[in-house]
Write a protein that binds this ligand. Structure first.
Ligand SMILES: NC(=O)c1ccc[n+]([C@@H]2O[C@H](COP(=O)([O-])OP(=O)(O)OC[C@H]3O[C@@H](n4cnc5c(N)ncnc54)[C@H](OP(=O)(O)O)[C@@H]3O)[C@@H](O)[C@H]2O)c1
Length: 415
Protein backbone atom coordinates (compact mmCIF):
# COMPACT_ATOMS: atom_id res chain seq x y z
CA UNK A 1 0.00 0.00 0.00
CA UNK A 2 1.34 3.41 -0.91
CA UNK A 3 1.83 5.63 2.08
CA UNK A 4 3.38 8.55 0.25
CA UNK A 5 1.28 11.64 -0.31
CA UNK A 6 2.05 14.63 -2.50
CA UNK A 7 0.74 18.17 -2.37
CA UNK A 8 1.57 21.00 -4.74
CA UNK A 9 2.40 24.51 -3.70
CA UNK A 10 -0.38 27.05 -4.13
CA UNK A 11 1.64 30.07 -5.06
CA UNK A 12 -0.93 32.78 -5.46
CA UNK A 13 0.68 35.43 -3.32
CA UNK A 14 4.27 34.42 -3.55
CA UNK A 15 6.95 37.02 -3.78
CA UNK A 16 9.73 36.55 -6.31
CA UNK A 17 12.66 34.63 -4.80
CA UNK A 18 15.13 36.76 -2.92
CA UNK A 19 18.76 36.82 -4.07
CA UNK A 20 20.96 34.30 -2.36
CA UNK A 21 24.17 35.02 -0.47
CA UNK A 22 26.04 33.46 -3.35
CA UNK A 23 24.50 35.91 -5.71
CA UNK A 24 27.00 37.79 -7.83
CA UNK A 25 28.28 40.96 -6.28
CA UNK A 26 26.87 44.10 -7.81
CA UNK A 27 28.90 45.44 -10.70
CA UNK A 28 30.46 48.67 -9.61
CA UNK A 29 32.15 49.23 -12.96
CA UNK A 30 30.61 51.72 -15.31
CA UNK A 31 29.01 50.35 -18.46
CA UNK A 32 28.20 52.24 -21.69
CA UNK A 33 24.61 52.54 -20.46
CA UNK A 34 25.66 54.29 -17.27
CA UNK A 35 25.14 58.04 -17.15
CA UNK A 36 28.38 59.98 -17.23
CA UNK A 37 29.80 60.88 -13.86
CA UNK A 38 29.03 64.37 -12.62
CA UNK A 39 31.68 66.83 -13.69
CA UNK A 40 33.93 67.78 -10.79
CA UNK A 41 33.07 71.01 -9.08
CA UNK A 42 35.54 73.84 -8.88
CA UNK A 43 36.30 72.99 -5.29
CA UNK A 44 36.96 69.39 -6.31
CA UNK A 45 39.38 70.69 -8.92
CA UNK A 46 41.14 72.73 -6.35
CA UNK A 47 41.39 69.85 -3.89
CA UNK A 48 42.75 67.38 -6.40
CA UNK A 49 46.54 66.88 -5.97
CA UNK A 50 48.67 67.82 -8.96
CA UNK A 51 49.30 65.02 -11.46
CA UNK A 52 52.89 63.74 -11.15
CA UNK A 53 55.08 64.88 -14.03
CA UNK A 54 55.73 61.29 -15.14
CA UNK A 55 51.98 60.68 -15.62
CA UNK A 56 51.09 63.95 -17.38
CA UNK A 57 49.59 63.55 -20.78
CA UNK A 58 51.62 65.20 -23.59
CA UNK A 59 49.66 68.04 -25.15
CA UNK A 60 47.50 67.00 -28.10
CA UNK A 61 47.67 63.26 -27.42
CA UNK A 62 44.46 61.28 -26.88
CA UNK A 63 43.91 59.49 -23.60
CA UNK A 64 43.65 56.13 -25.39
CA UNK A 65 47.19 56.53 -26.68
CA UNK A 66 48.48 57.08 -23.14
CA UNK A 67 46.57 54.09 -21.71
CA UNK A 68 47.03 51.20 -24.15
CA UNK A 69 44.75 48.18 -24.00
CA UNK A 70 47.50 45.91 -22.74
CA UNK A 71 51.08 46.08 -21.46
CA UNK A 72 53.69 47.81 -23.60
CA UNK A 73 55.77 45.64 -25.91
CA UNK A 74 58.81 45.96 -23.59
CA UNK A 75 56.75 45.12 -20.52
CA UNK A 76 55.13 42.26 -22.38
CA UNK A 77 58.50 40.73 -23.27
CA UNK A 78 59.35 40.61 -19.59
CA UNK A 79 56.23 38.52 -18.80
CA UNK A 80 56.85 34.76 -18.98
CA UNK A 81 55.09 33.09 -21.86
CA UNK A 82 52.70 31.08 -19.63
CA UNK A 83 51.59 34.21 -17.84
CA UNK A 84 50.92 35.96 -21.12
CA UNK A 85 48.61 33.12 -22.20
CA UNK A 86 46.83 33.26 -18.87
CA UNK A 87 46.42 37.02 -19.26
CA UNK A 88 45.11 36.88 -22.76
CA UNK A 89 42.34 34.34 -23.23
CA UNK A 90 42.45 34.74 -26.97
CA UNK A 91 45.94 33.21 -27.00
CA UNK A 92 44.67 29.93 -25.51
CA UNK A 93 43.18 28.65 -28.74
CA UNK A 94 42.23 31.73 -30.65
CA UNK A 95 38.72 31.86 -29.26
CA UNK A 96 39.27 32.37 -25.59
CA UNK A 97 37.61 29.01 -24.84
CA UNK A 98 39.06 25.71 -23.85
CA UNK A 99 38.51 22.90 -26.26
CA UNK A 100 37.65 20.38 -23.52
CA UNK A 101 34.00 21.32 -23.87
CA UNK A 102 33.66 18.58 -26.50
CA UNK A 103 33.99 16.10 -23.64
CA UNK A 104 31.07 17.59 -21.75
CA UNK A 105 28.16 15.15 -21.52
CA UNK A 106 25.26 16.32 -23.59
CA UNK A 107 22.50 17.88 -21.55
CA UNK A 108 20.09 16.89 -24.28
CA UNK A 109 20.01 13.26 -23.17
CA UNK A 110 17.31 13.97 -20.66
CA UNK A 111 14.01 15.65 -21.32
CA UNK A 112 14.50 19.26 -22.30
CA UNK A 113 12.94 21.81 -20.00
CA UNK A 114 13.71 25.02 -18.17
CA UNK A 115 15.92 22.89 -15.94
CA UNK A 116 18.44 22.46 -18.75
CA UNK A 117 20.31 25.42 -17.32
CA UNK A 118 21.25 23.40 -14.28
CA UNK A 119 21.84 20.37 -16.47
CA UNK A 120 24.37 22.17 -18.61
CA UNK A 121 25.97 23.78 -15.60
CA UNK A 122 26.48 20.57 -13.61
CA UNK A 123 27.60 18.66 -16.69
CA UNK A 124 30.08 21.28 -17.82
CA UNK A 125 31.75 21.66 -14.46
CA UNK A 126 32.08 17.90 -14.11
CA UNK A 127 34.77 18.13 -16.79
CA UNK A 128 35.98 21.70 -16.82
CA UNK A 129 35.47 22.84 -13.25
CA UNK A 130 33.04 25.52 -12.20
CA UNK A 131 32.33 28.41 -14.52
CA UNK A 132 33.42 31.88 -13.52
CA UNK A 133 30.76 33.82 -11.68
CA UNK A 134 29.17 36.67 -13.52
CA UNK A 135 30.66 39.23 -11.16
CA UNK A 136 34.14 37.90 -11.77
CA UNK A 137 33.74 37.98 -15.52
CA UNK A 138 32.31 41.48 -15.41
CA UNK A 139 35.15 42.65 -13.23
CA UNK A 140 37.76 41.41 -15.62
CA UNK A 141 35.92 42.52 -18.70
CA UNK A 142 35.40 46.06 -17.59
CA UNK A 143 38.63 47.01 -15.86
CA UNK A 144 42.21 46.73 -16.89
CA UNK A 145 44.53 44.67 -14.69
CA UNK A 146 46.52 46.97 -12.44
CA UNK A 147 49.75 45.87 -14.10
CA UNK A 148 48.52 47.39 -17.37
CA UNK A 149 48.30 50.85 -15.87
CA UNK A 150 51.25 53.08 -16.63
CA UNK A 151 53.73 53.36 -13.84
CA UNK A 152 52.74 50.06 -12.15
CA UNK A 153 55.25 47.20 -12.17
CA UNK A 154 53.29 44.49 -10.32
CA UNK A 155 52.97 41.19 -12.21
CA UNK A 156 49.82 40.70 -14.26
CA UNK A 157 46.88 39.09 -12.56
CA UNK A 158 45.78 35.76 -13.90
CA UNK A 159 42.52 36.15 -15.76
CA UNK A 160 40.27 33.17 -15.18
CA UNK A 161 38.57 31.50 -18.08
CA UNK A 162 35.16 32.89 -18.81
CA UNK A 163 32.14 30.90 -19.83
CA UNK A 164 28.81 32.54 -20.47
CA UNK A 165 26.37 31.51 -17.83
CA UNK A 166 23.12 32.70 -16.37
CA UNK A 167 23.21 34.21 -12.96
CA UNK A 168 23.15 31.68 -10.13
CA UNK A 169 19.76 32.67 -8.84
CA UNK A 170 18.12 32.25 -12.25
CA UNK A 171 18.86 28.50 -12.32
CA UNK A 172 16.02 26.64 -10.66
CA UNK A 173 16.97 23.19 -9.45
CA UNK A 174 14.77 20.36 -8.21
CA UNK A 175 15.72 19.82 -4.57
CA UNK A 176 14.54 17.03 -2.25
CA UNK A 177 15.01 17.74 1.45
CA UNK A 178 14.03 14.79 3.66
CA UNK A 179 12.68 15.41 7.14
CA UNK A 180 11.87 19.07 6.58
CA UNK A 181 8.76 19.44 8.74
CA UNK A 182 10.77 21.34 11.35
CA UNK A 183 14.23 22.16 12.65
CA UNK A 184 17.24 22.00 10.37
CA UNK A 185 15.37 20.41 7.46
CA UNK A 186 12.82 23.22 7.43
CA UNK A 187 15.60 25.84 7.40
CA UNK A 188 17.36 24.02 4.54
CA UNK A 189 14.17 23.78 2.48
CA UNK A 190 13.55 27.47 3.05
CA UNK A 191 17.10 28.41 2.01
CA UNK A 192 16.83 26.54 -1.29
CA UNK A 193 13.38 27.99 -2.00
CA UNK A 194 14.65 31.49 -1.22
CA UNK A 195 17.41 30.96 -3.76
CA UNK A 196 14.81 30.18 -6.43
CA UNK A 197 14.89 26.37 -6.40
CA UNK A 198 11.84 24.11 -6.46
CA UNK A 199 11.73 22.12 -3.27
CA UNK A 200 10.18 18.80 -2.36
CA UNK A 201 9.54 19.23 1.36
CA UNK A 202 9.37 15.76 2.85
CA UNK A 203 8.16 14.76 6.30
CA UNK A 204 7.29 11.64 8.25
CA UNK A 205 4.39 12.15 10.65
CA UNK A 206 4.00 15.81 11.74
CA UNK A 207 1.49 16.91 9.11
CA UNK A 208 0.58 20.19 10.75
CA UNK A 209 4.18 21.31 11.20
CA UNK A 210 5.03 20.22 7.65
CA UNK A 211 2.11 22.16 6.18
CA UNK A 212 3.18 25.27 8.07
CA UNK A 213 6.77 24.88 6.83
CA UNK A 214 5.48 24.31 3.31
CA UNK A 215 3.23 27.36 3.37
CA UNK A 216 6.18 29.50 4.46
CA UNK A 217 8.35 28.54 1.48
CA UNK A 218 9.04 31.49 -0.82
CA UNK A 219 8.75 30.97 -4.57
CA UNK A 220 6.76 28.54 -6.70
CA UNK A 221 6.74 24.95 -7.88
CA UNK A 222 7.30 23.25 -4.53
CA UNK A 223 5.71 19.97 -3.47
CA UNK A 224 4.92 18.59 -0.03
CA UNK A 225 5.53 14.86 0.31
CA UNK A 226 4.80 12.55 3.19
CA UNK A 227 6.56 9.20 3.41
CA UNK A 228 8.12 6.73 5.82
CA UNK A 229 11.85 6.38 5.24
CA UNK A 230 12.32 3.45 7.58
CA UNK A 231 11.47 0.91 4.88
CA UNK A 232 12.97 0.40 1.40
CA UNK A 233 9.51 0.66 -0.16
CA UNK A 234 8.89 3.95 1.61
CA UNK A 235 12.15 5.36 0.24
CA UNK A 236 11.28 4.18 -3.27
CA UNK A 237 7.82 5.71 -3.14
CA UNK A 238 9.26 8.99 -1.92
CA UNK A 239 11.78 9.34 -4.74
CA UNK A 240 9.24 8.30 -7.36
CA UNK A 241 6.71 10.81 -6.08
CA UNK A 242 9.26 13.61 -5.99
CA UNK A 243 10.60 12.76 -9.42
CA UNK A 244 7.07 12.99 -10.80
CA UNK A 245 6.21 16.12 -8.86
CA UNK A 246 9.37 18.12 -9.67
CA UNK A 247 10.31 16.41 -12.94
CA UNK A 248 13.80 15.54 -11.66
CA UNK A 249 16.05 15.48 -8.62
CA UNK A 250 19.07 17.74 -9.01
CA UNK A 251 19.92 18.01 -5.33
CA UNK A 252 19.21 15.56 -2.50
CA UNK A 253 19.62 16.54 1.14
CA UNK A 254 19.52 13.52 3.49
CA UNK A 255 18.34 15.25 6.65
CA UNK A 256 15.65 13.01 8.16
CA UNK A 257 16.77 11.22 11.28
CA UNK A 258 15.43 9.37 14.28
CA UNK A 259 16.94 9.44 17.74
CA UNK A 260 16.06 8.12 21.18
CA UNK A 261 18.10 7.54 24.31
CA UNK A 262 19.33 3.97 24.93
CA UNK A 263 22.24 4.17 27.38
CA UNK A 264 23.85 0.77 27.51
CA UNK A 265 23.83 0.43 31.31
CA UNK A 266 20.08 1.07 31.61
CA UNK A 267 18.66 -0.52 28.48
CA UNK A 268 17.46 -4.11 28.22
CA UNK A 269 18.77 -6.22 25.42
CA UNK A 270 15.36 -6.24 23.68
CA UNK A 271 15.06 -2.44 23.90
CA UNK A 272 18.66 -2.07 22.79
CA UNK A 273 18.00 -4.07 19.63
CA UNK A 274 14.81 -2.20 18.88
CA UNK A 275 16.50 1.20 19.29
CA UNK A 276 19.37 0.25 17.01
CA UNK A 277 16.95 -1.06 14.40
CA UNK A 278 14.71 2.04 14.46
CA UNK A 279 17.62 4.46 14.31
CA UNK A 280 19.68 2.69 11.65
CA UNK A 281 16.60 2.06 9.50
CA UNK A 282 16.05 5.81 9.08
CA UNK A 283 19.43 7.49 9.60
CA UNK A 284 21.56 5.08 7.59
CA UNK A 285 19.45 2.74 5.49
CA UNK A 286 16.82 5.35 4.65
CA UNK A 287 19.53 7.77 3.50
CA UNK A 288 21.32 5.00 1.59
CA UNK A 289 18.16 3.93 -0.23
CA UNK A 290 17.08 7.45 -1.15
CA UNK A 291 20.66 8.21 -2.28
CA UNK A 292 20.70 5.14 -4.51
CA UNK A 293 17.41 6.01 -6.17
CA UNK A 294 18.15 9.72 -6.56
CA UNK A 295 21.67 9.05 -7.88
CA UNK A 296 20.30 6.64 -10.46
CA UNK A 297 17.89 9.32 -11.65
CA UNK A 298 20.75 11.83 -11.86
CA UNK A 299 22.95 9.38 -13.78
CA UNK A 300 20.13 8.52 -16.18
CA UNK A 301 19.51 12.18 -16.85
CA UNK A 302 23.20 12.87 -17.44
CA UNK A 303 22.96 16.19 -15.68
CA UNK A 304 25.17 15.67 -12.65
CA UNK A 305 23.84 16.63 -9.25
CA UNK A 306 24.51 17.05 -5.57
CA UNK A 307 23.92 14.94 -2.46
CA UNK A 308 24.43 16.49 0.96
CA UNK A 309 24.14 14.38 4.12
CA UNK A 310 23.31 15.88 7.50
CA UNK A 311 25.66 13.98 9.77
CA UNK A 312 26.68 14.91 13.28
CA UNK A 313 29.54 15.90 15.53
CA UNK A 314 28.50 12.85 17.56
CA UNK A 315 30.08 10.66 14.90
CA UNK A 316 33.49 11.95 16.01
CA UNK A 317 32.90 12.88 19.64
CA UNK A 318 30.76 9.93 20.69
CA UNK A 319 27.15 9.75 21.88
CA UNK A 320 27.24 7.94 25.26
CA UNK A 321 23.45 7.91 25.70
CA UNK A 322 22.64 7.54 22.00
CA UNK A 323 25.26 5.11 20.67
CA UNK A 324 23.18 3.93 17.72
CA UNK A 325 22.68 7.55 16.66
CA UNK A 326 26.43 8.26 16.81
CA UNK A 327 27.18 5.09 14.89
CA UNK A 328 24.52 5.88 12.28
CA UNK A 329 26.05 9.32 11.67
CA UNK A 330 29.59 7.94 11.40
CA UNK A 331 28.27 5.44 8.88
CA UNK A 332 26.47 8.23 7.02
CA UNK A 333 29.73 10.20 6.72
CA UNK A 334 31.46 7.08 5.39
CA UNK A 335 28.61 6.44 2.98
CA UNK A 336 28.97 9.98 1.66
CA UNK A 337 32.68 9.54 1.07
CA UNK A 338 32.20 6.25 -0.78
CA UNK A 339 29.50 7.77 -2.96
CA UNK A 340 31.62 10.86 -3.62
CA UNK A 341 34.22 8.65 -5.30
CA UNK A 342 31.71 6.43 -7.07
CA UNK A 343 29.57 9.26 -8.42
CA UNK A 344 32.24 11.82 -9.40
CA UNK A 345 32.53 10.38 -12.93
CA UNK A 346 28.85 11.24 -13.34
CA UNK A 347 29.32 14.83 -12.25
CA UNK A 348 27.62 14.18 -8.91
CA UNK A 349 29.28 15.64 -5.82
CA UNK A 350 28.53 14.18 -2.39
CA UNK A 351 29.38 15.85 0.90
CA UNK A 352 28.33 15.76 4.55
CA UNK A 353 28.04 18.29 7.33
CA UNK A 354 28.70 17.38 10.96
CA UNK A 355 26.85 19.88 13.16
CA UNK A 356 27.27 20.14 16.91
CA UNK A 357 24.18 21.08 18.87
CA UNK A 358 21.65 23.12 16.91
CA UNK A 359 18.75 25.14 18.31
CA UNK A 360 15.87 22.88 17.21
CA UNK A 361 12.68 21.61 18.81
CA UNK A 362 14.05 18.07 19.05
CA UNK A 363 16.95 18.96 21.32
CA UNK A 364 15.44 21.99 23.04
CA UNK A 365 15.34 20.27 26.45
CA UNK A 366 19.03 19.35 26.19
CA UNK A 367 20.35 22.83 25.50
CA UNK A 368 21.71 23.63 28.93
CA UNK A 369 24.35 26.23 29.79
CA UNK A 370 26.86 23.40 29.91
CA UNK A 371 25.98 22.45 26.33
CA UNK A 372 26.17 26.07 25.14
CA UNK A 373 29.51 26.38 26.93
CA UNK A 374 30.99 23.59 24.83
CA UNK A 375 31.63 26.19 22.16
CA UNK A 376 33.92 29.15 22.89
CA UNK A 377 31.17 31.25 21.28
CA UNK A 378 29.00 30.30 24.25
CA UNK A 379 26.03 29.21 22.18
CA UNK A 380 24.77 26.51 19.85
CA UNK A 381 24.15 26.85 16.12
CA UNK A 382 21.06 28.32 14.53
CA UNK A 383 19.38 26.05 11.93
CA UNK A 384 20.00 28.76 9.33
CA UNK A 385 23.76 28.42 9.84
CA UNK A 386 23.57 24.75 8.91
CA UNK A 387 21.32 25.58 5.97
CA UNK A 388 23.84 28.12 4.63
CA UNK A 389 26.59 25.49 4.58
CA UNK A 390 24.32 22.98 2.86
CA UNK A 391 23.35 25.57 0.27
CA UNK A 392 27.02 26.16 -0.47
CA UNK A 393 27.86 22.46 -0.65
CA UNK A 394 25.06 22.04 -3.19
CA UNK A 395 26.31 24.94 -5.30
CA UNK A 396 28.34 24.64 -8.51
CA UNK A 397 31.27 26.36 -6.77
CA UNK A 398 31.53 23.57 -4.19
CA UNK A 399 32.11 20.63 -6.49
CA UNK A 400 35.70 20.37 -5.23
CA UNK A 401 34.43 19.85 -1.70
CA UNK A 402 33.00 16.51 -2.76
CA UNK A 403 33.85 13.83 -0.20
CA UNK A 404 34.24 16.31 2.63
CA UNK A 405 32.75 16.07 6.11
CA UNK A 406 32.35 19.69 7.09
CA UNK A 407 32.46 20.40 10.83
CA UNK A 408 29.85 22.94 11.91
CA UNK A 409 30.30 23.02 15.66
CA UNK A 410 31.57 26.49 16.65
CA UNK A 411 34.98 25.08 17.59
CA UNK A 412 33.38 22.88 20.25
CA UNK A 413 35.16 19.81 18.93
CA UNK A 414 38.38 20.07 16.93
CA UNK A 415 39.84 17.06 15.20
N1 LIG B 1 19.47 19.39 16.35
C1 LIG B 1 20.73 19.11 16.58
O1 LIG B 1 21.30 19.53 17.60
C2 LIG B 1 21.50 18.29 15.59
C3 LIG B 1 22.88 18.14 15.77
C4 LIG B 1 23.59 17.41 14.86
C5 LIG B 1 22.95 16.82 13.79
N2 LIG B 1 21.62 16.96 13.64
C6 LIG B 1 20.98 16.31 12.51
O2 LIG B 1 20.24 17.27 11.77
C7 LIG B 1 19.09 16.64 11.19
C8 LIG B 1 17.86 17.39 11.61
O3 LIG B 1 17.83 17.49 13.01
P1 LIG B 1 16.60 18.19 13.76
O4 LIG B 1 17.03 18.48 15.13
O5 LIG B 1 16.06 19.28 12.90
O6 LIG B 1 15.59 16.94 13.79
P2 LIG B 1 13.99 16.86 13.89
O7 LIG B 1 13.42 18.17 14.24
O8 LIG B 1 13.67 15.72 14.76
O9 LIG B 1 13.57 16.51 12.39
C9 LIG B 1 13.74 15.21 11.94
C10 LIG B 1 12.96 15.07 10.65
O10 LIG B 1 13.09 13.72 10.21
C11 LIG B 1 11.82 13.21 9.92
N3 LIG B 1 11.74 11.78 10.18
C12 LIG B 1 12.08 11.14 11.29
N4 LIG B 1 11.84 9.82 11.16
C13 LIG B 1 11.33 9.64 9.94
C14 LIG B 1 10.87 8.53 9.20
N5 LIG B 1 10.86 7.27 9.71
N6 LIG B 1 10.42 8.71 7.96
C15 LIG B 1 10.40 9.94 7.44
N7 LIG B 1 10.80 11.03 8.07
C16 LIG B 1 11.27 10.89 9.31
C17 LIG B 1 10.87 13.97 10.82
O11 LIG B 1 9.58 13.99 10.25
P3 LIG B 1 8.27 14.17 11.21
O12 LIG B 1 8.66 15.21 12.22
O13 LIG B 1 7.22 14.62 10.29
O14 LIG B 1 8.02 12.84 11.80
C18 LIG B 1 11.50 15.34 10.83
O15 LIG B 1 11.03 16.09 9.73
C19 LIG B 1 19.12 15.21 11.65
O16 LIG B 1 19.76 14.42 10.69
C20 LIG B 1 19.96 15.25 12.90
O17 LIG B 1 20.58 14.02 13.18
C21 LIG B 1 20.87 17.68 14.53
Amino acid sequence: MRNTTLRRHSATSRQPPARSRLHPRPNRTATPADPPADPPTDSAHRLRPPTPRSRRRPPGRALAAVRPAGPSRRARDRIPRWRRVACDPTEANGTGRRTASSRVPSPGRGSRSHRDDSTAQFAAEAVDGPAVDEWEAVGHRSSQPSSHRPGRQSPPRRVRRKRPRRKESSVSRAVLVTGASRGIGRAIAHAFAERGDRVALHYGSRTEAAEAAFAALPGDGHVLVRGDLSTPDGAAELVETVSTGLGAVDVLVNNAAANEPHPIADTSYADWQAAWRRILDVNLLGAAHVSHLAARLMIERGAGGRIVNIGSRGAHRGEPDHPAYGASKAALHALGQSLAVALAPHGIAVASVAPGFVETERVADRLTDEVRGQSPFGRVAAPEEIAAAVLWLASPEAIWASGTVLDLNGASHLR
